[in-house]
Design a protein around this ligand. Structure first.
Ligand code: SF4
Length: 485
């Protein structure tokens, strides 16, 4: 991938990035339009399923069970994949995964690869690593191709170029494919991409893919897609290298019955994906002669060890939570500074960083719960967001550093005040005195504060503060009792 990579380690914090994104009216219009279209389609196909809630529950149970026995199913997958001729590699982290894939491509004798859309390879910036090793990667998914040619970054996990409109895509294709006369109809653009990619499909001998699901029972790998480019990448190359997070495993072939109903309906509003490819090992005279699977951890076992955060790994990457999120719909995906944007990004990215980076993301939510409502595997995203906020606070207020944290200090002081009636009354009296020079009055004598100094100013930047009442309820009640009422 070219352009500045979305890296949680170096990206600006979400509030800053969001502020900049909000100024891009064209991007916001594109995101709103695209998410509205997908949501309408999703609503229609979900509405025709009388057992949708039972399906969601079944999806949740399958994913939850898998995570509880992940070690067992991963080993079962390895055993069965190896039995049918695949080679399984284990990667502890992104660096190891990149090293393995680069080595495998070189060993295949190729300096080019054709790629199927894969968020896992985006997560580890695989294309940059390949490029550094002298290997050129061609993205073959239409949206990924747009991103790659436009030197852009993905903004959605299912529709990575969702922030671009047709005119912008046409301009990229005209420039990069040298097609000055190119029209802007969907047909024109699809034809141009097809012509551009066909020669690569036929020439390049090594393919790299992600995986939607790994099937432990058979050692098979499943990919769903809409364009047929995936099918080409899986069948034409001599060597196929699949890289997948360890969370992608499913116990049984039969589990596909549930997830392949949930995923397309939630992701693109389709009853089923046009292409559902499942490949299992190698077969003489049919498809790739060498097949490798790289199983990558990259902090997933840390997430698994966290009881509350663990449900994040149940995600089947449908993107429905992104389409419905009021924050994502305003800022678009790139403001999240990670290839995983929206509500799933807000919970997954900081955990993949072991809470060392992307600490602002759990706060990039209004906690409205819309993401939970649409999630096909019932991940309680608001619950995880609150859990992660708690972790962020604990992490930032622990030890010596915590002693100097102003917010934590203020909270401790508040707790002290609220614990004692005497201190509470004194604080009220003090507050009334301190606010006097700041209070402004309207024509009816109603007082408000429109400006506060220092870090308290964050409150008054976006709202006024009401003047404290001259008499508290407690004062009024005591006066009333004293007067014998
Ligand atoms: S969290 Fe749920 S809704 Fe969001 S991408 Fe994952 S499966 Fe889809």
């Amino acid at each position: 991938m070219s352009g500045v990579a979305l890296d949680p380690k170096t990206s600006p914090v979400f509030p800053m990035a969001a502020k900049a994104a909000l100024g891009d009216t064209q991007m916001r219009k594109n995101v709103r339009h695209a998410t509205n279209v997908i949501q309408t389609k999703r609503g229609r196909v979900v509405g025709e399923m009388p057992d949708w809630q039972q399906l969601r529950e079944a999806g949740k149970q399958i994913r939850q069970h898998t995570m509880e026995h992940l070690d067992f199913y991963l080993e079962q997958f390895e055993e069965n994949c190896t039995r049918v001729g695949g080679v399984v590699h284990w990667a502890r982290d992104a660096e190891e995964a990149k090293r393995i894939v680069t080595g495998l491509v070189k060993a295949s004798g190729s300096d080019e690869v054709i790629k199927i859309k894969s968020m896992t390879t985006e997560e580890i910036h695989l294309n940059d690593a390949l490029e550094a090793a002298g290997i050129h990667a061609y993205e073959t998914d239409l949206a990924e191709l747009i991103i790659q040619l436009g030197q852009d970054q993905p903004s959605h996990i299912v529709v990575p170029a969702l922030h671009k409109n047709r005119q912008q895509i046409r301009e990229i294709f005209q420039r990069k494919m040298n097609l000055p006369e190119l029209g802007e109809s969907p047909q024109d653009l699809a034809d141009a991409a097809r012509m551009f990619l066909r020669e690569k499909f036929l020439r390049v001998k090594t393919g790299v893919s992600g995986a939607n699901f790994l099937i432990a029972e058979t050692g098979g790998v499943c990919i769903v897609e809409s364009e047929g480019n995936g099918r080409m990448c899986l069948t034409l190359p001599e060597t196929l290298i699949t890289i997948a997070g360890i969370d992608k495993v499913l116990p049984r072939f039969q589990d596909l019955e549930v997830v392949l109903q949930l995923l397309p309906r939630s992701a693109t509003g389709e009853r089923m994906n046009p292409y559902n490819s499942i490949w299992t090992g190698v077969k003489e005279g049919d498809g790739p002669r060498a097949f490798h699977v790289v199983l990558m951890d990259n902090a997933r076992t840390e997430i698994l060890a966290d009881k509350e955060g663990r449900q994040t790994l149940n995600c089947i990457r449908c993107g429905a939570c992104q389409n419905v999120c009021p924050v994502y719909r305003q800022t678009g995906g790139q403001a999240y500074g990670s290839v995983y944007a929206g509500p799933i990004g807000a919970i997954l990215t900081p955990q993949l960083q072991e809470m060392h980076h992307a600490q602002s993301l759990p706060y990039a939510s209004s906690l409205c719960g819309a993401c939970y409502e649409v999630c096909p595997v019932k991940i309680n995203i608001p619950e995880v967001l609150i859990h992660l906020r708690n972790k962020v606070v604990k992490q930032n207020t622990a030890g010596i550093v915590g002693l100097f944290d102003v917010e934590a200090g203020a909270m401790k002081a508040m707790a002290m005040i609220f614990k004692s009636e005497r201190r509470f009354r004194a604080a009220q009296r003090l507050g009334r005195m301190a606010e006097t020079p700041l209070v402004r009055k309207d024509g009816r004598g109603v007082g408000w504060i429109g400006w506060l100094p220092g870090m308290l100013g964050g409150w008054t930047q976006v709202r006024d503060l009401q003047e404290m009442p001259k008499e508290t309820f407690r004062d009024w009640w005591e006066k009333r009792r004293t007067n014998g009422n």
